[in-house]
Design a protein around this ligand. Sequence first.
Ligand code: NAG
Ligand code: NAG
Ligand code: NAG
Ligand code: NAG
Ligand code: NAG
Ligand code: NAG
Length: 233
Amino acid sequence: MASHSPLLLTLALASFISLISPTISLTCSTQNVLFSDKTPFQTCLDLPELESYLHYTYNATNSSLTVAFVATPSRSDGWISWAINPTATTMSGSQAFLAYGSGPGKPPVVKTYNISGTNLTEGRLAFDFWNLRAEALNGGRIVIFTTVKVPAGAGSVNQVWQIGGNVTNGRVGVHPFSPPNLNSRAVLNLTGTASGADGGGSKAPGNAGWMTTNVKLGVNLGVLVLLGAIFIF
Ligand SMILES: *[C@@H]1O[C@H](CO)[C@@H](O)[C@H](O)[C@H]1NC(C)=O
Ligand SMILES: *[C@@H]1O[C@H](CO)[C@@H](O)[C@H](O)[C@H]1NC(C)=O
Ligand SMILES: *[C@@H]1O[C@H](CO)[C@@H](O)[C@H](O)[C@H]1NC(C)=O
Ligand SMILES: *[C@@H]1O[C@H](CO)[C@@H](O)[C@H](O)[C@H]1NC(C)=O
Ligand SMILES: *[C@@H]1O[C@H](CO)[C@@H](O)[C@H](O)[C@H]1NC(C)=O
Ligand SMILES: *[C@@H]1O[C@H](CO)[C@@H](O)[C@H](O)[C@H]1NC(C)=O
């Protein structure tokens, strides 16, 4: 009887570790994406859809948000995009930075889009931004860098990101309509790690809240399994 317990305890520990580790070992923290002055960003997030990543630093002094958005186009002539929607959590109304490859050895093209409905036409954005550029990374990935002005005192912004269809003669094709492409939006909390509750009054899930929830679930399950093992012992 007692000889079963070490096995159970090992299983309990293994499941405990496997449950919490995916949320702790963020892929983005291994990407070595740096500021223009070669320092790391304050925070990075593995976004919950489309294998996309956001590195960001918020400067509350002048309410500027510097980001590096990393994603991989689904095809060599495809596009990636990261946007803020100042007025809603939807794609429509998004103020988007969009990049696509421009051939081997050349930096990707990056442009701004003021999206209304499903109309993907280049346009001016509703807020100021600086230092917009894109770089090709290995593995076909593209990174978009920019600094945007956020309304003073805003605790969060609605972010929307996307991996699109093809680009033909500079015309950007529609993105797929699969669930990940439709769910790729979230509240980005600028003031710290969110609790599970969404303080922004928006319907989209907060990134930090999503991660916290996963850690809590992992810990709770791990504790339950440990308790079970102790009872059997
Ligand atoms: C934040 O912005 C202010 C005003 O531009 C600047 O003085 C300060 O150095 C910035 N802080 C960081 C960490 O970049
Ligand atoms: C805010 O600070 C950033 C980083 O220091 C700087 O690049 C930007 O120009 C500043 N923006 C304003 C509106 O002062
Ligand atoms: C898309 O938006 C642009 C700029 O606002 C406009 O000129 C164009 O007519 C729109 N296209 C469609 C199909 O609505
Ligand atoms: C963005 O597009 C909307 C709808 O076409 C328009 O009302 C708005 O003025 C545009 N924003 C800018 C900054 O041009
Ligand atoms: C690009 O995508 C559009 C819309 O999905 C499609 O109609 C067109 O055939 C595609 N072009 C190429 C060259 O694949
Ligand atoms: C952001 O995180 C802070 C610190 O946990 C929290 O107090 C605040 O309510 C959050 N805001 C939003 C909009 O989620």
